[in-house]
Design a protein. Sequence first.
Length: 287
Amino acid sequence: MANKITKLIKNYLIYPCTVMRITQNYNGKTSHYPHTTGNIKDYPFDEGCKDSNRDYMYCPCDQMKVMRIFGVGTSGTNTIWLESTSPVYFADGTTDYFTMLVTHPNDDDLKEIKVGDLFNRGDKICREGINGATANHLHISGGKGKFSGNGWSCNSNGKYVLCTTKGAYKPEKLFYIDLKFTSVISKGGIAFKNLPDSAYTKKYTPGKYKVTAADVLRITTKPAAKGGYKKFNELSDSAQSKIKKLNNNKPADGYVRGLEFTVTKVDDNWGYNNSGWMCLDYCTKIN
C-alpha cells in the first residue's frame, strides 16, 4: 500500500510525492526543451500529483537543508533550493550529496520556510503551486553534489537551470520510486527504477535466531553499533561455549556463523540477548 513512510537501511533517494503524475518530462516542448539543449543544462519535470488541487512534496532522503528561497512577495517566480545533509544513494548506483530546485510553490507555503531549515525523510516541504504557472504543479530539477553559487544560471537558451558542484542529472538517474510511498499514475515517459525490496528495514521480533550471513557477528553494548564491540571473554558463558564448539575450539570476538541464540528484545534491526546487541540483518529467524 502506498503513501506510508518506510524505514530504509541506507539513505536512498526516493521520489518526493505520494502520487506520480508527471505532466511534462525534461524533453517537453511546452517549456522544458530549452533547459536540456542549452549551454549549461538541467533536466526538469513537472509534477501534477493526483489532481488539480495542491498536494505536498515531501523530503526524499534522510535530511535536507534549505539553501535559498527566491521570489516570495516579488515579481520573480517562487523557487526553493534544498541540499541533502549527507550523501544519498542514487538510482544509477552512485552515492553523493543531492541538491534539488523546486519552482512554483505559492507564497503561503514558502513564507513559512527560511534558509537553514531542516526537513527529515517524509516531512512535508511545500505544496504544488501556481506562482508563475497556469495550473498547480511543481517544476523539479535535481543534481549531484552540493548547492553551487546562487543555485542557478541562465543558459544559452535563456532558461534558468540548476547549478550544483557535480551538475544536473536526469531524474531517472537520481530518484527511485518507493512503491510503499508513491502511487504511480504517469511516469511521463521516464524510465524510473523501483526501490528494491532489499532497501527496506526488515521487521524483527523476539525469538530464536541463527547467524547465517557473517563469519563473525560482532556484539555491541548498545544498538545500532553506538556502543563499543565486545571481546570473546565479555560474552556470556553459554555463548563462549557455543562459539568454541563451532569454531574448532577457538575463541572469536562475536557470534560465529551457525550459532543459534535467543533474542529477548528488538530495536529496529538490532536484537538483544544476555551477551549484548547484534545486527539481525545477518541472521535468520528459526523460531
